[in-house]
Design a protein around this ligand. Structure first.
Ligand SMILES: Cc1cc2nc3c(=O)[nH]c(=O)nc-3n(C[C@H](O)[C@H](O)[C@H](O)COP(=O)(O)O)c2cc1C
Length: 275
């Protein structure tokens, strides 16, 4: 059956839309609009050739100044894999996925090239860090798009940054190479609801930034979100109590009320990025 673009957009945002009314969706647009992170996998291995194709597709992403500041660690060794899963026991999908990758921002390669070509590396550390992080993020997303086109499913894992030092040791990451996110890849064995997105009225600004409608839009977004998605448990009940109509905004406000990933900041500062 042909995917109609307005129907897919309506499902993604959980509200009616006039966008693309009556138009068939291209296969790429349909795949993007149907994207879901997958957290259960069949045991079937992914052939090495498929992985090579997916790496090639992923690394075709645009790169800042063509510096290509990304490295991907493919954790194929069973002991290495087990060590990572032991570090993040709350996410059993890391263990179950037949492939687990770590996408790293890599500021080391260009510094080595500067040495080899006898120039000085003089980029501002914050900008250098951001460029490497952006390259890693874009390559990871390109990998996800390529994998989904093969019928595979993925789940990014930023939790690797909760244990940055341990991951760096395990994968022998040198200074200036930092983990951006892990990625579980496999044949999906779950059927999660689509994750409803904030309306483009909030996220696309015409000419000038304007968030004057945030509060109003959040109320209706939380309502739409609850109809499709739901969290099994409310966060930080001790501190914030239990609410009847727990929505996305409650969850995200509570989630970000905790300090997060300080080990990552310390690791990056001590390993090549004086930010
Ligand atoms: C950079 C990044 C890091 C993420 N880290 C995790 C993670 O550590 N564990 C996890 O289960 N999901 C993780 N996710 C998946 C998000 O939770 C998911 O993308 C989000 O809930 C939206 O759902 P969807 O991808 O199904 O649309 C991450 C996603 C991104 C882009």
């Amino acid at each position: 059956m042909t995917d109609m673009i307005a129907e897919l957009i309506a499902a993604r945002f959980a509200e009616e839309t006039t966008f693309g009314k009556g138009k068939a969706a291209s296969s790429v647009h349909a795949q993007q609009l149907k994207h879901r992170s997958r957290r259960r996998f069949k045991p079937d291995a992914i052939p090495a050739e498929t992985m090579d194709i997916l790496f090639s597709c992923a690394l075709s992403a645009p790169a800042k100044s063509d510096l290509q500041q990304v490295s991907i660690i493919q954790l194929s060794d069973a002991d290495q894999r087990e060590a990572v899963t032991d570090l993040i026991p709350s996410m059993p999908w890391i263990k179950q996925a037949p492939e687990f990758l770590i996408f790293c921002g890599d500021g080391r390669r260009i510094q080595r090239i500067c040495e080899l070509r006898e120039t000085e590396f003089a980029h501002d550390p914050l900008d250098a860090f951001l460029n490497a992080a952006a390259d890693a993020a874009i390559v990871m997303q390109n990998f996800i798009v390529a994998a989904e086109a093969e019928g595979l499913g993925c789940c990014p894992i930023s939790a690797v940054r909760e244990v940055t030092g341990e991951i760096a040791d395990l994968c022998a990451l040198p200074s200036s190479v930092f983990p951006f996110a892990g990625l579980c890849v496999g044949h999906p064995d779950d059927d999660p609801a689509i994750s409803v997105r904030l309306p483009t009225r909030l996220t696309v600004h015409k000419n000038q930034y304007d968030d004057s409608q945030l509060e109003k839009e959040l109320t209706s977004y939380d309502q739409r979100w609850r109809e499709v998605n739901s969290y099994r448990t409310q966060r930080n009940i001790d501190k914030y109590g239990e609410v009847k109509r727990y929505g996305w905004s409650d969850d995200k406000a509570r989630q970000t009320s905790n300090t997060d990933r300080m080990s990552f900041t310390q690791h990056v500062k001590a390993n090549g990025y004086d930010i």
